[in-house]
Design a protein around this ligand. Structure first.
Ligand code: AHR
Length: 303
C-alpha cells in the first residue's frame, strides 16, 4: 500500500476513534442509588477513578427508581456522551433505551447488576457472579449446620439481578440437603431499615422458636435484622447463625466479633476495571468478553 494512503488511513482512524468532544472523554453513569454501604463505596470508587483519569463523569443517582434511571440514560444519549455506564436497578425494561443508544452509536457498559436485554445491545458487563455468591453462602451454611437448618431469608430489591440470582444460587445448594429449608422470606430492599422491618415480620410469622439461620442478600439488611433479633432476646451469630453478602468493613468487624458468622465479598473498588474497559473501547478495542467477572470470596472469623 502506498505510504500516502497509509497516512490518510491512520488520520481517518484517529478521527473515528477520538472522543466526539475533542478533549476529555465524557461518560454518563446511571447508578442504582445510595441504599447501602456497598453502593456508596462503589460510587466513590467510580468517581475517584474517573477523576484520576481526567474523565468528565456525570453521575445520576436513581434512588432506586427504574423509570428515572431509564430517563437519565435517555438524557445521556441526548447529550451525546462518549460512553454510558449503567448499574441497573432492575433486570427488565432496558431494550428500548439500549436500542436508542446503539442507534446513536454510543457504547453502553453494564456494571454490577445485569439486564435481561439482548447482549448485543451493550459492549460488556463488568460484575461479580451473584448466583455464585448465593451458592457460597449456602455451602458455608450446609457445612456449619451439618445439613440440618431452618432458614429465614432477607431478599434484596424485587426484580434486581442481585436478589434474583443470590436467591437462585442459595436455593440450588440447599436443595441438595433434605433437612435444610427456607421457612420464611421477605424483601428488605437492600437497606438496613428494610432488613429490620422484614426480620420483625418474619419472626412474628414464625411464632415458634428461633430459626437455625438467617441469610441476608446484603450486609445492611443483616445489620437491621441483627437489631430486630437482639430486641427479642436472640443471639445472632450463635442462634441463629448469620450469613450475608458484601463484606463491607463493618461486616468484617462483625464477623470478628462473632455476631455475623460469614459474609461473601462483593468487591466495590472496581472503578479501575470498569474504566479500563471503557477507555480501551474508545481507543478502538472490540474483542471483550460479554461478561468480565469480578471474583467473590467468603469471609469467616480469622483466628
Ligand atoms: O447489586 C449489588 C447489591 O446492591 C449489593 O449487594 C447491595 O449492598 C446493593 O444495594
Amino acid at each position: 500500500m502506498p505510504l500516502a494512503l497509509l497516512a490518510v488511513l491512520a488520520v481517518v482512524s484517529v478521527l473515528v476513534l477520538a472522543p466526539r468532544h475533542g478533549h476529555a472523554q465524557t461518560v454518563g453513569f446511571a447508578q442504582v442509588g445510595s441504599e447501602s454501604d456497598w453502593r456508596r463505596s462503589f460510587t466513590d470508587s467510580v468517581m475517584h477513578e474517573a477523576a484520576t483519569r481526567a474523565i468528565d463523569l456525570t453521575l445520576f443517582n436513581a434512588d432506586g427508581d427504574p423509570e428515572r434511571q431509564v430517563a437519565a440514560v435517555r438524557d445521556f444519549i441526548r447529550r451525546r456522551v462518549d460512553a454510558i455506564v449503567i448499574a441497573p436497578v432492575v433486570l427488565s425494561g432496558w431494550t428500548d433505551v439500549l436500542e436508542e443508544a446503539k442507534a446513536a452509536a454510543i457504547p453502553v457498559f453494564i456494571v454490577d447488576r445485569a439486564v435481561d436485554a439482548d447482549p448485543n445491545l451493550y459492549v460488556a458487563r463488568i460484575a461479580a457472579n451473584f448466583n455464585l455468591e448465593g451458592k457460597l453462602a449456602a455451602a458455608w451454611l450446609a457445612q456449619e449446620s451439618r445439613g440440618r437448618c431452618t432458614i429465614l431469608e432477607l431478599e434484596g430489591t424485587a426484580g434486581s439481578a442481585a436478589a434474583v440470582e443470590r436467591k437462585r444460587g442459595f436455593a440450588a445448594i440447599i436443595a441438595e440437603f433434605p433437612d435444610m429449608r427456607v421457612v420464611g422470606a421477605r424483601s428488605g430492599n437492600f437497606t438496613r431499615e428494610g432488613g429490620r422491618a422484614a426480620m420483625e415480620a418474619l419472626l412474628a410469622d414464625l411464632g415458634t422458636g428461633p430459626p437455625c439461620a438467617v441469610f441476608a442478600h446484603n450486609d445492611d439488611m443483616m445489620f437491621g435484622a441483627i437489631e430486630a433479633m437482639k430486641a427479642v432476646g436472640l443471639e445472632p451469630g450463635r442462634l441463629p447463625l448469620t450469613v450475608s453478602v458484601d463484606a463491607v468493613a463493618p461486616a468484617l468487624q462483625a464477623v470478628q466479633a462473632g455476631i455475623l458468622n460469614a459474609t461473601v465479598e462483593l468487591r466495590s473498588n472496581i472503578g479501575g476495571e470498569i474504566f479500563d474497559v471503557v477507555q480501551a473501547y474508545l481507543r478502538g478495542r472490540r474483542d471483550f468478553p460479554k461478561w468480565i467477572v469480578i471474583a467473590s470470596d467468603l469471609h469467616v472469623k480469622q483466628p
